[in-house]
Design a protein around this ligand. Structure first.
Ligand code: AMP
Length: 305
């Protein structure tokens, strides 16, 4: 089934305890579509960049089967820029700088060829942009998933509440879930988010895995304990791309299939953190992904069934 992803395509500057990068390619849309490309055949991207964005990267998107007809390249303007610094535990980070540049007045134009997409992933962008995308689709997709962050919870809360009414799944990290709901318990936080609109809620807990809430049920997926974590940037988006890519591939939105999708998403995220930026998820094989999924199965199997 076809997937439409809307998100940022960016330059990032990162500092982790293991090193520093000046300006590498990042963005929510980049990580989501690259990750989903290992699952879906029809992978459509809507985003905006400036003419400082390398053509080679657009070619790389296309090499991964990502349709870039909806990627606007604005002459004379600069690509979105974000920089962040990780704390020593790598589970938390500070945003050092956000330069919206082309994202400031991004108008998400949906090409006709994307109109009949069945799966929609609204990556991290302003909630008003996310809602515009939903309104511009002539038919409602079968499944709409939305990611957001602390910035939008703080500065665009009414817009966020408005778009949340329209989506099926919200994916956030534990800190964002607590900030959004003012509940410490993640079970209570998920219940409050259900009341805001999404019938399914995914709460990511970084190196401590992810929780899935839906149909009155809870599922927990661990994260793979890794010897080396270089850079967690994009892990959340890579997780989301693997999750929705798997759902689109199998075209099954039941809770039981979402449990499998969470494991595929977690497997993809475990690759992402092994290198800086998106480098690792640009060069994966099917066999590597399957091996990783098998490691997840072994990790928590204890033979009681
Ligand atoms: P993640 O580590 O999965 O939360 O995603 C990191 C990516 O989010 C980086 O590559 C950034 O370029 C992108 N990002 C950070 N802030 C924003 C923002 N305000 N809007 C859109 N994308 C952002």
């Amino acid at each position: 089934m076809s997937l439409l992803t809307v998100g940022s395509v960016a330059f990032d500057a990162l500092e982790t305890p293991f090193g520093k990068t000046d300006k590498i390619i990042g963005g929510s849309g980049t990580y989501i579509t690259l990750s989903a490309s290992y699952f879906t055949q029809e992978n459509n991207l809507v985003a905006v960049v400036g003419d400082d964005f390398p053509h080679t990267m657009i070619n790389d998107f296309n090499q991964h089967g990502i349709n870039t007809e909806g990627l606007q390249v604005r002459a004379g303007e600069k690509t979105f820029f974000w920089s962040g610094r990780y704390h020593n535990d790598m589970n938390s980070r500070d945003t050092l700088e956000t330069q919206l540049n082309v994202m400031e007045d991004f108008d998400p134009i949906i090409p006709d060829s994307y109109q009949n997409c069945q799966y929609l992933m609204l990556g991290n962008t302003a909630p008003a942009i996310q809602q515009t995308v939903i309104e511009r689709l002539k038919n409602r997709p079968k499944l709409i998933m939305l990611d957001t962050m602390n910035l939008w919870i703080n500065i665009a809360n009414p817009d966020l509440m408005s778009v949340l009414k329209l989506v099926d799944i919200l994916v956030v990290n534990d800190e964002e879930a607590r900030q959004l709901t003012h509940e410490y318990s993640l079970v209570r936080a998920a219940a409050r988010i259900h009341a805001m609109g999404p019938k399914t809620v995914i709460i990511k807990k970084g190196e401590h895995g992810a929780l899935l809430f839906g149909e009155g049920r809870i599922f927990f997926a661990p994260a793979l304990p890794l010897e080396e974590v270089f850079d967690p940037t994009g892990a959340g988006d890579t997780f989301a791309g693997g999750f929705i890519g798997y759902l689109a591939k199998t075209d099954d939105t039941s809770f039981d299939n979402m449990k499998r999708a969470i494991i595929y998403g977690s497997a993809m995220a475990s690759f992402c953190v092994e290198k800086f930026g998106a480098e690792r998820i640009m060069n994966l094989t099917e066999a590597e992904i399957q091996d990783r999924v098998s490691e997840f199965v072994k990790l928590s199997a204890f033979g009681l069934e």
